[in-house]
Design a protein around this ligand. Structure first.
Ligand SMILES: [Zn+2]
Length: 258
């Protein structure tokens, strides 16, 4: 039997026996242990919001995991583990039937994945496309990766919470944030979107994640303003749109089993 898990920054979703479960703050080792006692699991496919390579989770700052090799805990189970945005773009590419597509998801963190000319772009450490950690401008606090100048410090769900704490103000969503935080968020959003479009020249830039789902006007905002940020030939035939998928990372992680 196959177990499919999406380890996001806030929620852990898993599917087994065609049933979907959602948990908050779940320990991955305990969860798999519990499920193996209930189901005859042979394969576990995981989409993880972090740096993964060769089925090892090297770091996942928003989940607080480091150097986790699940095979050491479960020697009789086969693991296939992939970065969550690599999984998401696989699902988006399948949905749109498009070979040149970039997924940009803003939830707890800000991540991206790209399939260009039909190839998933991975890099030698399987950590290409870390758009959230591209230097943007200095923030008065650190990103989960240890730097203080990441896009993710301005344009993510965790950024909004960090700014509220820093400013000693009570807000936890983009809508409720003060103008200064909103303006920085929008500038970082445009900077990130334009960087992805200018670098990869995709047919589709698809946005998703909790912050996008809760603030869908951001798609309109990007479409309206992208001309001022991206290389213009790359905008001639582009579609910038919101994801139509629910749990794209989980769906993409299921594609890893093909
Ligand atoms: Zn960072």
């Amino acid at each position: 039997m196959n177990l499919y898990i999406d380890m996001g920054g806030t929620y852990l979703r898993y599917e087994i026996d065609n049933k979907l479960f959602i948990e908050k703050e779940s320990n991955i080792v305990m969860l798999i242990k519990k499920l193996t006692q209930k189901y005859p699991i042979k394969w576990v496919f995981i989409s993880c919001a972090g740096h993964t390579q060769n089925n090892i989770i090297y770091s996942a700052p928003n989940i607080d995991i480091k150097n986790l090799n699940l095979k050491e805990y479960f020697p009789n189970i086969n693991f296939i583990i992939e970065n969550d945005l690599n999984c998401a773009v696989l699902a988006e590419s399948r949905y749109f039937n498009e070979k040149n597509i970039v997924a940009f998801y803003i939830g707890t963190g800000a991540g991206s994945g790209a399939i260009i000319d039909g190839h998933l772009i991975k890099g030698i450490e399987n950590s290409a496309l870390e758009i959230g950690h591209i230097p943007f401008r200095k923030a008065p606090f650190l990103c989960g990766c240890g730097k203080d100048n990441c896009i993710e410090n301005f344009c993510s769900g965790s950024a909004i919470k960090k700014w509220a704490k820093y400013l000693k103000q009570d807000f936890n969503t983009f809508t409720k944030a003060p103008k200064e935080v909103k303006d920085n968020f929008l500038e970082a959003l445009m900077f990130a979107s334009a960087t992805l479009i200018t670098l990869f020249n995709p047919k589709i830039l698809v946005l998703g994640g909790g912050v996008i789902e809760n603030n869908q006007f951001l798609i309109k905002y990007i479409n309206k303003n992208i001309k001022k940020y991206a290389f213009s030939p790359n905008l001639k035939n582009i579609l910038i749109t919101k994801t139509k998928l629910k749990n794209a990372s989980l769906q993409g992680c299921k594609l890893l089993s093909n």
